[in-house]
Design a protein around this ligand. Structure first.
Ligand code: C2E
Ligand code: CA
Ligand code: CA
Ligand code: CA
Length: 273
């Protein structure tokens, strides 16, 4: 009776009511946007140690008919809660693989890799592996150019399931990166069990470089551990040359951040090359 009373209270709370109806409206709008194919892939360059573009991360943008170009902060949370993140991730994965297949036709883009963000709900779907395999087959993209970014906390929801799915895709040539590395709660033991290729140092650790001693210690520790585990490391959120310098000094060979380019349209990315 107490719980019901609480529900009644929030139901009649006009402020709560406004929040709830805004969410429902946004959810409906996302559903409509998906049907209209308004979600598009933007690309942020990833650079090697000499600053050459070696690939990109796909970051979704919503080309909203009334509100203009929207970044994920506006809609990703609602998409995740409502389950719409699954068709959204699928749409971006499909666009990304179509792009890889097109890139394969041109010598100056054929070697580029594309990193795609995968949400928990998508990874743990029963047909996840099938979906990825079908999209690769259907588009003709090479699995070797595809990298999937997954967050630490997500992998730990069900480690065994995550490992076996990653292994199946890895056998096909798909690579895996841990996103936002260092911000989760994973133990070192898990890290060794996961079939990984790359750690992505979270931008919160890059931000304080080179002056913040704590951040320096953390990125050094990540880099030396990754070397021991034979994992590639990429640093995200690199905005200043001094940040890149100190990362390079400690062995980082891959970089992403405004220093090399903000997320941009596919056409702008091709022009940048
Ligand atoms: P993320 O995967 O950690 O992506 C990095 C975010 O940092 C991006 O924000 C990017 O624009 C921003 N960023 C990159 N370089 C810099 C820099 O030098 N300085 C600063 N201050 N920021 C930088 P964005 O595009 O707003 O994306 C936010 C988050 O939304 C992503 O974080 C990712 O978790 C999620 N997301 C984006 N696209 C997708 C997608 O297709 N599927 C899923 N499931 N999530 C996505
Ligand atoms: Ca990411
Ligand atoms: Ca990240
Ligand atoms: Ca993030």
């Amino acid at each position: 009776a107490k719980a019901a009373g609480k529900d009644m209270l929030s139901f009649y709370d006009p402020q709560m009511q406004a929040v709830v109806s805004m969410r429902i409206e946004l959810e409906e709008d996302i559903r409509r946007g998906l049907a209209q194919e308004e979600f598009v892939l933007y690309l942020q360059p990833q650079a090697d140690a000499s600053g050459n573009v070696e690939g990109a991360e796909a970051l979704v943008r919503w080309q909203h008919p009334a509100r203009g170009l929207l970044a994920p902060g506006v809609f990703i949370d609602i998409a995740e809660r409502s389950g719409l993140i699954e068709p959204l991730d699928l749409a971006i994965l499909r666009q990304g693989c179509e792009l890889l297949a097109r890139w394969a036709q041109q010598p100056h883009t054929a070697a580029l890799t594309l990193a795609i963000n995968i949400s928990a709900r998508f990874l743990y779907r029963d047909d996840f592996v099938c979906q990825v395999r079908d999209i690769l087959q259907h588009t003709g993209a090479s699995a070797l150019q595809l990298k999937l970014e997954i967050t630490e906390s997500l992998l730990l929801t069900d480690v065994d399931k995550a490992v076996s799915r990653m292994q199946l895709l890895r056998d096909m040539g798909v690579r895996f990166a841990i996103d936002d590395f260092g911000t989760g709660y994973s133990s070192m033991a898990y890290l060794q069990r996961l079939p990984l290729d790359q750690l992505k140092i979270d931008q919160s650790f890059v931000r304080g470089l080179p002056d913040d001693k704590g951040n320096v210690a953390i990125v050094r520790a990540i880099l030396s551990m990754a070397e021991g585990l034979e994992l590639e490391v990429i640093a995200e959120g690199v905005e200043h040359p001094a940040q890149q310098d100190i990362l390079r000094l400690h062995g980082c060979r891959h970089f992403q951040g405004y220093l090399f380019g903000k997320p941009m349209s596919v056409d702008a990315f091709i022009e940048l090359l």
